[in-house]
Design a protein around this ligand. Structure first.
Ligand code: TRP
Length: 458
């Protein structure tokens, strides 16, 4: 292992950090509203197929590429091949920048909601727009969140990322379980569960499929080299395949459980699950309000604290990608890299902060695919929904046809003696060489046609 750049103490350290990266706003904020918008259980089924069949082999490849090279994504691709392939790494680092810029804004809302909930001055009548257009509030909340992220990342791999993941993840699970138990005792909880778990397959369209795939990439932190970066801190005697399986399982379990908490809450008040991004920030606060002056702040506060904890270990992994790049390639000291990059990313995020009504120019930023989009949605559409699957496609092509599955197998066999010749080896190789490129590539093209150009496929 290279020494100067840091490493995880052991397998648990890596799993906590990688699961921390995966479990985030994507699970608790985005997944439930995508389910609500895309017809419920049928979406859940497609999502699970994407995660376990298509994304898992890519996760394994990312971690293997990182561990083989002990470098950031750009350094990793160039070391294993040539400068030309380094472009995948450069785009990945850029995605880290841009995704964090808007992610931190949403995390800031969660933090603000949490503070207002526990202070007891949360006002539902003020609603989402009321909160997100309050300039100074938002500036303060998202700046605080970015500072917390930077403090953790500047602590380094073991004393920052790993240590905090091991504290925040168990806390998150405890709050989640508490909230699910409470939600299931509410009236009408069962109709929420029914909507969530009984599939109606006639509701599947091209949109369901590409939304599920983008969501799986985003939720598993794939396609931009976050797991190449974390993989570069993993020691040679650890089993990558089983660690990746645990991370995939933890992430999908938390997303699944978030649905078990949110849909009963929504149906308890007879509300609609299809509110879109406002599901968590508009619909749920309305539900908390009806719980009275004691239970409301308690349940609402617990919910938004959960959201903050989930977001924090994710913002940490997003910041770590450009930081690792600056440390490896530019030889910057970690602390300098952290504070310079966090500041730049925060500034890039300002237009996203203004795009929910504060500044009209950013709120009605651009038209494509038949509707007007605000700045935050544009950044998310481009850098997350389109570029992450494209990155996943490139990573599978790279692994199969440039680095070659032979080398992948060799790397994976370290820490997993029985790997060569096993069924799982065959599965990973077939998926990464044929199935992933084909399906992810096609879905990427469909996403671009339908989402950006407005051509409906099916
Ligand atoms: N997976 C996180 C979530 O679901 C977001 C995230 C963190 C991410 N790091 C990433 C997404 C890297 C893509 C790539 O909230």
């Amino acid at each position: 292992m290279s020494t100067g750049r840091g490493s995880f103490t052991n397998r648990l350290g890596f799993i906590a950090a990688a699961a921390g990266s995966a479990v985030g706003l994507g699970n608790i904020w985005r997944f439930p509203y995508e389910v609500g918008n895309n017809g419920g259980a049928a979406f859940v089924v497609i999502y699970l197929c994407c995660a376990f069949l298509l994304c898992f082999p890519i996760m394994v490849s990312e971690i293997a590429i990182g561990r083989r090279t002990t470098l950031n994504p750009y350094g990793a691709f160039t070391t294993l091949s040539s400068k030309r392939w380094g472009i995948i790494g450069v785009v990945g680092v850029l995605c880290g920048f841009m995704i964090l810029s808007f992610y931190n804004v949403v995390a800031g809302w969660a933090f603000g909601y949490f503070l207002h909930m526990v202070a007891g001055d949360f006002d539902v009548a003020k609603d989402f727009v009321g909160y997100t257009t309050d300039f100074w509030d938002n500036l303060f909340f998202s700046m605080t969140f970015m500072v917390a992220t930077a403090l953790i990342v500047s602590g380094g791999v073991q004393k920052g990322i790993e240590k905090w993941s091991k504290i925040l993840m168990p806390a998150l699970v405890a709050i989640l379980v508490f909230l699910i138990i409470y939600a299931l005792t509410l009236n009408n909880a069962w109709s929420g569960i029914e909507f969530y778990l009984i599939p109606k397959f006639d509701q599947i369209s091209a949109r369901t499929v590409y939304t599920a795939l983008s969501q799986a990439f985003f939720s598993l932190s794939l396609g931009m080299g976050a797991l190449i970066t974390y993989g570069s801190y993993v020691s040679k005697n650890e089993n990558i395949v089983s660690s990746a399986a645990i991370v995939t399982l933890s992430d999908t379990t938390v997303a699944f459980l978030a649905g078990m908490m949110i849909f009963p809450l929504v149906f308890f008040q007879g509300l609609q699950p299809s509110a879109g991004p406002g599901l968590v920030f508009v619909t749920l606060p309305g539900v908390f309000e009806t719980m009275g002056p004691v239970m409301g702040p308690l349940i609402g506060g617990a919910f938004f604290l959960l959201l903050c904890f989930a977001a924090l270990t994710s913002t940490v992994s997003l910041l770590e990608v450009p930081v690792a790049y600056a440390v490896d390639e530019r030889k910057w000291p970690r602390k300098k890299a952290v504070w310079v990059l966090a500041t730049i990313i925060f500034i890039i995020g300002l237009p996203s902060m203004f795009s929910t009504g504060a500044v009209d120019f950013f709120t009605n930023f651009i038209r494509y695919g038949g509707s007007t989009h605000d700045f935050l949605s544009v950044v998310s559409d481009v850098f997350s929904d389109a570029l992450l699957p494209l990155g996943g496609f490139m990573i599978s092509i790279f692994t199969a046809y440039r680095w070659k599955t032979l080398n992948l197998s060799e790397e994976l066999a370290m820490g997993y003696p029985g790997y060569k010749g096993s069924f799982i080896e065959m599965f990973i190789n077939v998926m990464i060489s044929f199935v992933c490129p084909l399906i992810i590539g096609s879905v990427f093209i469909i996403t671009v046609l339908q989402k950006f150009i407005g051509i409906t496929i099916f």
